[in-house]
Design a protein around this ligand. Structure first.
Ligand code: PGA
Length: 257
């Protein structure tokens, strides 16, 4: 039985005051039964400690958008898993396509970060997904397989069930063009199959696989009804409390599997 997991990736949006407002608005908007749906927000680093405080006593959980592989030291500009834990984070997004594209993050580096996150007690949300060019060349499965295998490399069987995989086709991120439910389901099924080959069918059955890329209140129900889509990683639509709440409502009413 996999519960739905909806995570909001705020990206580089919302200063401290704006973060406070959005969190307060979100708390007011989530005035319905979540039906077991897990809700996570991932604000920028400077807002994390404040967010943790504002989320106390709520069922909304906290995540960060990135981290480095060491706990401390001379790594100017970086933030460690230890710092994220101390700030109140339970999750960390790793390998987002914007990190891959603008900061040249490789699968190997993302894998090192994922293993460090797990050994630090953080749950990594590992992002994979093909570009438009790769989809048009019909090599989506190949690209996603390489990413999944490399990003999960040497993650122990005992840890894998804590990992969340987010399938985010790059061409659907921030473009308003979401994958059709069937296109997304096909890749989610592939990812679950890969996890079953790398670990076991039982493990694959429990791993959460989110879809991300232009998820909005009006397309979320169809996506979330797909058998292998266990939630959403939401960018643009999580910056407004009512639209993020609309997606969470769709997840809550899609029920548990
Ligand atoms: P989007 O972003 O919802 O704005 O497409 C999703 C993401 O990048 O995680």
């Amino acid at each position: 039985m996999r519960s739905k997991v909806i995570a909001g990736n705020w990206k580089m949006n919302k200063d401290l005051g704006e973060s406070e407002k959005l969190i307060k608005d979100l708390k007011m908007s989530l005035n319905f039964d979540l039906g077991g749906t897990r809700v996570i927000i991932c604000p920028p680093y400077p807002s994390l400690a404040l967010a943790a405080k504002l989320l106390e006593g709520t069922s909304i959980e906290l995540g960060a958008q990135n981290m480095y592989t060491e706990n401390e030291g001379a790594f100017t500009g970086e933030v460690s898993p230890k710092m994220l834990k101390a700030a109140g984070c339970k999750y960390v997004i790793l390998g987002h396509s914007e990190r891959r594209q603008y900061f040249a993050e490789s699968n190997e580096f993302i894998n090192t970060k994922a293993r460090k996150a797990l050994s630090s007690g953080l749950i990594p949300i590992i992002c994979v997904g093909e570009t438009l060019e790769e989809r048009e060349k019909n090599i989506t499965d190949q690209i996603v397989s390489v990413q999944v295998k490399a990003c999960l490399k040497e993650i122990a069987a005992a840890d894998i069930e804590r990992v969340i995989v987010a399938y985010e086709p790059v061409w659907a991120i921030g473009t308003g063009k979401n994958a059709t439910p069937q296109q997304a389901q096909d890749v989610h099924r592939l990812i679950r199959k890969l996890v079953s080959q790398l670990y076991s069918i039982q493990v694959a059955d429990r791993v959460i696989i989110q879809y991300g890329g232009s998820v909005k209140p009006d397309n979320s129900a169809d996506l979330l009804h797909q058998p292998d889509i266990d939630g959403a990683l939401v960018g643009g639509a999580c910056l407004k409390a009512d639209s993020f709440a609309g997606i969470i409502r769709a997840a809550a009413s899609s029920g548990k599997k």
